[in-house]
Structures are given as C-alpha cells and as structure tokens.
Design a protein. Structure first.
Length: 92
C-alpha cells in the first residue's frame, strides 16, 4: 500500500491546534484527524518551526513550544526543510 502525498503544514495550523481559544482550533483539529486517518506524511520548514516558537513564546506556553518542535524533529513522519537564503528568497 502506498502512502498519500505529503502535506505541507504551516505555523498557523500548528498554533491553532495548540490553542483551544484560537478561532481556527476546531477546524485545525478536524484536519489533524483527517491527516491521521490517512497517515499523511507532514512537511514543514525550519522557518515554520521558528514561527511556532515565536507564537508560543509566552512564559506559560514555552514548554508547549519545545515539545511541539521536538516532536516534529523526532518524528519519522515529518520532513523538515532546512532554512536557507535560497528558500527565504523563494518564499519572498
């Protein structure tokens, strides 16, 4: 059985998942359930991980940021695209 195509995720999706008060939390949670159901591989950039750290930089959320970022880095189901000047320029 082949796996479905990888799915790019951005920081706003992850931050919505992490914050139950976020206006997009319920939608992000439904997307997470759908992605989990098909075992979709995730792709995120290092820039996205930096945005997650920034978005969860409040003292009460810092441990969450560390756990989320370490979880992405440790998962065999996540590809992290390294930050680079070329990637930055392409995004710009």
């Amino acid at each position: 059985m082949t796996r479905p195509t990888a799915q790019f995720v951005d920081a706003s999706y992850v931050l919505a998942l992490a914050n139950a008060r976020d206006q997009w939390h319920s939608l992000a949670f439904r997307w997470q359930s759908a992605l989990d159901a098909v075992r979709r591989r995730l792709v995120i950039t290092e820039y996205g991980l930096i945005e997650i750290g920034d978005g969860l930089s409040q003292r009460t959320a810092r441990q969450d940021a560390v756990q989320i970022i370490q979880g992405f880095r440790a998962s065999p189901d996540v590809e992290i695209i390294p930050a680079s000047p070329a990637l930055f320029d392409a995004g710009l």
